[in-house]
Ligand binder design. Structure first.
Ligand code: BGC
Length: 343
């Protein structure tokens, strides 16, 4: 236990070193931040920077907050919920006016909400919902729809046979939404007997290595063929491709429109992905944070029940990608340049 705590502390310090802030924090950071009190100070607690999308989220949120006249510090917890809570404490001690958080664990992050509220700081859950807590706002995509699109990408290619579902981290509420969406599409076909869901597993920490291992063990232990794969994100789609090999025509879906996935789609080893316009998400989250901190009136179109309350929510639309619409989606939006896509 002690060793784990010490390890977490080292990790926290290392990660804190990676933090970015536009404040002078040399000798006495906290005093300086308090002296700069006329500017809104935003804390951004990320779960991870493992998938490349999170760099985009980080950069866009930071730029928008600064453009709107605020200061911001971002910390990433390397997928560790204990580290994340320590980082939230650190941000609160530094005097943040508002917390934006991508929870490492959708349930235990309720502690972060409690700590922030105790300090009079409002909390926006970013991309991932926090459960069972009096959360202030939630901004994300329609994640059930993401799951429906993921299933549809695969099922448009195979209308009967054995399907494998590679889910994300169970600690991430999004992973539950994605699976729920996929099941909306799968269930009628399972009921009619056209589709068999032969493999259905969440993946700890969204880890590529764990996903590969799980699928390999399953295939080694079962003499079964797989006709289609629904993967909860592009990392997991990459894991599936590694396991089944490059030269099969088994349809595979994903999510995030990562560059590696776009390349696989063009090479024919991945069928499609779901693109979520991260720049829009980040800009809207930063604007929301600044509005809340400045005491402006906020109106959101919808709410999401998190087990504790109906949380005012902004839910953006995902976009389904296949090899035929990369140009008018990924390239035209500026997500990637033509050169990056066709390199
Ligand atoms: C996000 C995905 C991401 C995954 C792993 C999910 O909560 O919505 O975009 O790929 O986490 O980081």
């Amino acid at each position: 236990m002690k060793r784990r705590l010490a390890l977490s502390l080292i990790l926290l310090l290392l990660l804190a070193g990676c933090a970015t802030t536009n404040k002078v924090t040399n000798t006495n950071g906290i005093d300086k931040l308090q002296a700069d009190g006329e500017k809104v100070y935003v804390g951004f607690a990320l779960d991870t920077l493992k998938e490349s999308r999170w760099y985009r989220d980080k950069e866009n949120v930071e730029n928008k907050v600064k453009e709107l006249g605020g200061n911001i510090k971002t910390l990433a917890a390397n997928g560790n919920q204990d580290v994340q809570i320590e980082q939230v404490k650190l941000l609160i001690n530094e005097g943040i006016d508002i917390l934006i958080i991508v929870p490492s664990d959708s349930k235990t992050a309720s502690k972060a909400v409690q700590l922030a509220h105790d300090a009079g700081v409002k909390v926006i859950a970013y991309d991932r919902l926090i459960m069972d807590a009096p959360l202030d706002y939630y901004i994300s995509f329609d994640n059930e729809k993401v799951g429906e699109m993921q299933a549809q990408i695969t099922l448009d290619q195979v209308s009967e046979g054995n399907i494998a579902y590679i889910g994300g981290s169970k600690a991430d509420n999004n992973a539950l939404f994605f699976r729920e969406g996929a099941m909306n599409v799968l269930q009628p076909l399972i009921d009619s007997g056209d589709i068999k869901l032969v493999y259905d597993k969440y993946t700890e920490n969204w880890s590529k290595e764990i996903a590969e291992k799980n699928l390999r063990v399953f295939l080694n232990n079962n003499n079964i063929s797989i006709d289609g794969i629904i993967a909860a994100n592009d990392t997991l789609a990459g894991a599936a491709v590694n396991v089944i090999g490059q030269n099969t025509d088994i349809p595979i879906s994903g999510q995030d429109a990562e560059l590696s996935a776009i390349h696989r789609i063009l090479a024919g080893t991945q069928t499609g992905t779901v693109y979520k316009p991260i720049d829009t998400l980040a800009n809207q989250a930063a604007t929301l944070a600044m509005d809340i901190a400045n005491g402006n009136t906020i109106s959101t179109e919808t709410t999401t029940n998190n087990g504790s309350k109906d949380v005012p929510s902004i839910l953006l639309e995902p976009v389904r990608i296949n090899r035929n619409n990369i140009e008018e989606t990924i390239i035209e939006s500026g997500h990637f340049t033509k050169e990056e896509v066709y390199q």
